[in-house]
Ligand binder design. Structure first.
Ligand code: ARG
Length: 246
């Protein structure tokens, strides 16, 4: 009887140890910061999980590095601080490479292109960038859209919102005359909402890349190596094509 119990206890212990081993074999966790209100790059999908191009690219990169991806959703304008202080390992957020951001973080090789575009209501008199003078422009706080518009049209011309969807809601309510945002989210917002259209104009063409802390050059090298392999394998194109129909 006691032998049986002992054998049982031993078996249970071994099963436990095995589970422990399994976890260790999964490897380290790579934490990614993002702002998941930017479809199709990141959005909250099924089961409240962050889905989209950036989430899938980061997961593929993490897998290549033998790591497990964990995503933290936060305000866009806190992402650079989060990565440079080590609260997250990497940021993928449809984030544009800019000289100013490069003073705080390193950027990986680019994995996509973004274009700043203008959303207006269908009946809008605004037809080109020149018409934006004197108008109220909705932007997401801290984005390049915010930075360019504040510079080109003045601080007072810009109304800042926590995310693109709120800026678009403000456009529909008549609180702003247009929204300046990246082209793919812009298309998604125009599709999902009645009475909106895109101006046929490119305000700025930009490169998206992952941001990594300055001192974490080891991760930067590994990330770039994994990304290069994924590009070569056609995996990056595949992920993008899944979300963006040509
Ligand atoms: N590309 C723009 C920037 O870097 C906007 C990115 C916004 N991304 C987001 N996940 N909300 O400033």
């Amino acid at each position: 009887m006691t032998k049986k119990i002992l054998a049982f206890a031993l078996a249970a212990l071994m099963a436990f140890a095995l589970v422990g081993c399994d976890n260790a074999a999964e490897g380290e966790v790579l934490t990614m910061g993002t702002n998941a209100a930017f479809p199709p790059y990141e959005f909250v999908g099924e089961n409240n999980e962050v889905a989209g191009i950036d989430a899938e690219i980061a997961a593929a990169v993490a897998e290549k590095m033998g790591m497990k991806l964990e995503i933290k959703d936060m305000a866009f304008d806190s992402l650079i601080t989060a990565v440079s202080t080590g609260a997250v390992d990497v940021v993928l957020a449809g984030m544009t490479v800019t000289e100013e951001r490069k003073e705080s973080v390193n950027f990986s090789d680019s994995y996509a292109t973004g274009i700043q575009v203008v959303i207006v209501t269908e009946d809008s008199a605004i037809a080109s960038l020149d018409d934006l003078a004197g108008k109220k422009i909705g932007v997401q706080t801290g984005t390049t859209g915010d930075i360019y518009c504040s510079g080109d049209y003045g601080e007072d011309a810009v109304a800042r919102y926590d995310n693109g969807a709120l800026a678009v809601a403000a456009l529909q309510n008549g609180q702003v005359d247009c929204v300046v945002i990246d082209n793919e989210p812009a298309k998604a917002f125009v599709e999902a909402n009645e009475g909106l259209k895109l101006l046929d104009t490119e305000y700025a063409v930009e490169d998206y890349a992952a941001a990594i802390a300055k001192e974490n050059t080891d991760l930067l090298d590994k990330f770039n190596a994994a990304l290069a392999e994924l590009k070569e394998e056609g995996k990056i194109d595949e992920i993008i094509a899944k979300y963006i129909k040509a």
